[in-house]
Design a protein. Structure first.
Length: 74
C-alpha cells in the first residue's frame, strides 16, 4: 500500500499489487507476433516519411522545370 500525503491534510491511498501469480504476460509466439507487428509498423512509418519527402521534392522539381520552360518560351 502506498500512502500519499497532499496539502490540507487530505490522505490519498493506492493499493498496488506487484505479484504476477507465476504467469507470463505473453507466450513466446505472442511475443514474436508483437515484435513482428512493431517492426512492420515502424518500417511503414519511416517508408511513409521517406515517400512524403521524396514526392514533395519530385513535385517541386517538376514545377520549377515547368516554370523555367515557360520563361524560355517567352
Amino acid at each position: 500500500m502506498v500512502v500519499l500525503l497532499v496539502t490540507k491534510n487530505i490522505r490519498v491511498t493506492f493499493d498496488i499489487e506487484f505479484t504476477n501469480s507465476g504467469k507470463n504476460m505473453f507466450e513466446f509466439k505472442q511475443y514474436l507476433g508483437f515484435i513482428l507487428f512493431l517492426t512492420v509498423l515502424t518500417t511503414g512509418f519511416w517508408l511513409m516519411i521517406f515517400l512524403v519527402g521524396f514526392v514533395q521534392y519530385w513535385i517541386g522539381g517538376a514545377i520549377m522545370e515547368l516554370i523555367k520552360e515557360r520563361r524560355n518560351k517567352k
